[in-house]
Design a protein around this ligand. Structure first.
Ligand SMILES: Nc1ncnc2c1ncn2[C@@H]1O[C@H](COP(=O)(O)OP(=O)(O)OP(=O)(O)O)[C@@H](O)[C@H]1O
Ligand SMILES: [Mg+2]
Length: 306
């Protein structure tokens, strides 16, 4: 097993786990055989730091670039320009061993657990094979190690789940299995991309509490991606927020401070869209006039201004 504390010499707590500077990411959309593909600037001038054990919430509407940002941080997409440092080291200049540590230190928990888990594999295979591959377990202690991660995400009694296929589990249980798979890689950062948007409302809080517990007990940093301000407030109550709009981070800071004094029109509109249960307070609230169009602005057809 690789020791994450020794691989990188800059494990100083002040050095951010992740540091993105002036990062740009483009996609190219085909316009037909004889036409130049259209360039989509999915991430523009992204500057973001994530420190050890920190919770950062990324809020933004559909298409604003949240998943693209997570994929860049996880190393699944390569930005076209800008710098990306993991523990102070530029990821392009890492040795093979450092790159391996970086990749297992950052784990993604996707929105769609059904798509993220192989339907032909039981839990012991889905969780165990990556652990064997990365040498976090041996054939001798595999069962014990898989039981440990299942227990950590409350999939208990573990013998009840170990031989189950994804379709034999509920949405909430599958989401826990995804978190277990992330956990099995000993991560320092979990990128949770809308992890509760596809599961029953009644189960959402328990999954969010599980992420909070992993953050508190294991000091795992969490980047929580959502378009829902209610869960953003819940997860990020002691953390930071980054508000994304059309590929840019338009507002960032301490979550409580940013939400109590929002500056960007998108965030103000988002906050006024949340109903207030008290009619007296609700009448006092100044409504923000939104564009009459029901269409969301799109990076492929940028509106002017904000
Ligand atoms: N592989 C790709 N190829 C081309 N365009 C892409 C690709 N992935 C994303 N995009 C475009 O980049 C923009 C940002 O997409 P992204 O999936 O990051 O948004 P998002 O904020 O995660 O949205 P949602 O809330 O719907 O998940 C969108 O306009 C999307 O169409
Ligand atoms: Mg997304």
């Amino acid at each position: 097993m690789t020791d994450k504390t020794n691989v990188n010499d800059k494990t100083d707590a002040k050095v951010p786990l992740v540091e993105l500077n002036n990062l740009e990411m483009n996609f190219y959309k085909s316009k037909g055989m004889f036409r130049k593909p259209q360039e989509l600037n999915a991430l523009h001038n992204i500057n973001l730091k994530i420190h050890n054990g920190e919770i950062v919430v990324v809020v933004g509407e559909s298409g604003s670039g949240k998943t693209t940002l997570a994929n860049v941080i996880a190393g699944l997409l390569t930005p076209v320009s800008g710098t990306y440092k993991f523990k102070g080291k530029e990821i392009h200049s890492m040795t093979k061993e450092e790159a391996n540590v970086y990749r297992s230190s950052i784990q993604v928990v996707q929105q769609d657990s059904y798509a993220a888990l192989n339907p032909m594999r039981t839990m012991i295979k889905s969780l165990g094979d990556p652990m064997l591959l990365k040498k976090y377990a041996t054939k001798d202690n595999l069962l014990e190690k898989v039981n440990e991660v299942l227990e950590a995400v409350d999939l208990t009694p573990t013998e009840h789940f170990i031989n189950k296929y994804p379709h034999q589990m509920s949405g909430g249980q599958r989401q826990r299995a995804l978190i277990a798979r992330a956990l099995s890689m000993n991560p320092e950062l979990i990128l949770a991309d809308e992890p509760v948007s596809m599961i029953d409302v009644s189960l959402r809080v328990s999954i969010l509490n599980l992420l909070a517990r992993l953050n508190e007990e294991r000091n795992i940093a969490i980047l929580y991606i959502t378009h829902d301000l209610a869960t953003a407030r819940y997860v990020g109550k002691n953390g930071r927020i980054a508000v994304m709009y059309l590929g840019e981070i338009v507002e960032t800071g301490d979550l409580q401070e940013v939400l109590s004094n929002p500056q960007h029109p998108y965030l103000r509109a988002l906050l006024t869209a949340v109903p207030i249960p008290n009619p007296r307070l609700s009448r006092k609230r100044k409504e923000l006039q939104l564009n009459a169009s029901s269409e969301l602005p799109d990076i492929s057809n940028m509106p002017s201004g904000c």
